[in-house]
Design a binder for this molecule. Structure first.
Ligand SMILES: Nc1ncnc2c1ncn2[C@@H]1O[C@H](COP(=O)(O)OP(=O)(O)OP(=O)(O)O)[C@@H](O)[C@H]1O
Ligand SMILES: [Mg+2]
Length: 255
C-alpha cells in the first residue's frame, strides 16, 4: 500500500531554467499538498496533462527525490527515513531509465537481478518468464543501441519487474509501445493486481485510465483535483464521460 500525505515538492530553478520557462520565480511548486491512498490488489492511476506533476510524485514515492513537505509511506515505510526498505519493495519504471547502449538485454537484466541480490538460478527463471511474456527473447542478445524504442521500453519493463516487487510504480507504461505490446503490458498489470500487488501508474491517456484503473487521482497543476473511482468522479462532476469530467476540472483549476 502507498500512502501519500500532504505531499508537496518544490524545485529550485537555475537561471537557465528560469529563462527557459520565462519566469522570474526561482522555484517551481510541482506537487502541491497531494494526499491519496493506493491500495494492495488495486491499480491506482495518476491522470493529468503534461507538466501536472505525475513524474515528480512517482519519483518521490520511489525515493529518487525527497518531498519538500509531507510524507509518503510504502507498506508503512517512510520514503525518506526508511528509503532502503522502500527500495527493496518497489519496481519503478521511468521513461528516463538509461540503459547502457553496449549491453544486451540478457546482460542488462542479469546485472539488475544481481543488484537486487538475486541468485543466478532465480534470475534466469524470472528472466525467461518476463522475456517470453514481453516478447524480448528474439532480441535478447542484440546490443541495446540497435533496438527500437518499443524494444527498449519492453526491456525497461522487464528490468523493473525482475525482483518480483510488491509495489509496482509505472510512469507512462505504454509510451512508445505498439498496440499489441501496450495490451500485453496492461494485461500484465492486471495480473499483478490479481496477485495482490500495489500498482500505481501515471498517464495522460483517458481510455487507459478509464479501462485499467480501480481508482484515479486527477492531477492538474500539481494538485489532485478529483480522487476516487471513475464512477465517483463522474458523479462529483455531473458528467457521464471521463473526458468531459477532465475538461470540466481542467477549466476550473487552470484559472
Ligand atoms: N528537476 C526539475 N527542476 C525544475 N523543475 C522541474 C524539474 N522536474 C520537473 N519540473 C517541473 O515541474 C512540473 C511537473 O513536472 P513533472 O515532470 O512531474 O510533470 P508530468 O505530469 O510528469 O508531465 P509529463 O506528462 O510531461 O511527463 C513541470 O512544470 C516541470 O517543468
Ligand atoms: Mg512525466
Amino acid at each position: 500500500m502507498i500512502e501519500v500525505k500532504n505531499f508537496s515538492k518544490i524545485y529550485k530553478l537555475s537561471k537557465k531554467q528560469m529563462a527557459k520557462l520565462k519566469t522570474k520565480d526561482n522555484i517551481k511548486r510541482a506537487a502541491n499538498d497531494i494526499s491519496f491512498f493506493a491500495e494492495r490488489g488495486k491499480i491506482y492511476g495518476l491522470l493529468g496533462p503534461n507538466g501536472a506533476g505525475k513524474t515528480t510524485t512517482l519519483r518521490c514515492i520511489a525515493t529518487l527525490l525527497n518531498p519538500t513537505e509531507g510524507h509518503i509511506y510504502v507498506d508503512g515505510h517512510d520514503s525518506v527515513k526508511d528509503s532502503i526498505e522502500v527500495r527493496k519493495k518497489i519496481g519503478f519504471l521511468t521513461n528516463e531509465l538509461k540503459l547502457d547502449q553496449h549491453f544486451t538485454p540478457n546482460y542488462t537484466i542479469e546485472f539488475f537481478g544481481g543488484l537486487h541480490g538475486m541468485d543466478k538460478k532465480t534470475i534466469n527463471k524470472r528472466k525467461d518468464e518476463l522475456f517470453e511474456y514481453f516478447g524480448i527473447t528474439s532480441f535478447a542478445d542484440k546490443k541495446i543501441e540497435d533496438l527500437s524504442t518499443g524494444m527498449k521500453q519492453k526491456l525497461s519493463i522487464a528490468v523493473s519487474l525482475i525482483h518480483d516487487p510488491d509495489v509496482v510504480i509505472f510512469d507512462e507504461p505504454t509510451i512508445g509501445l505498439d498496440i499489441i505490446t501496450a495490451r500485453a503490458v496492461l494485461d500484465y498489470l492486471k495480473l499483478l493486481r490479481e496477485k495482490g500487488k500495489t500498482v500505481i501508474i501515471s498517464t495522460h491517456i483517458m481510455t487507459l485510465a478509464n479501462k485499467l484503473c480501480d481508482n484515479l487521482g486527477i492531477i492538474i497543476n500539481g494538485k489532485i483535483v478529483a480522487n476516487g473511482t471513475v464512477k465517483d468522479i463522474l458523479e462529483n462532476t455531473g458528467t457521464t464521460d471521463l473526458e468531459d469530467a477532465f475538461f470540466k476540472l481542467y477549466k476550473q483549476n487552470m484559472n
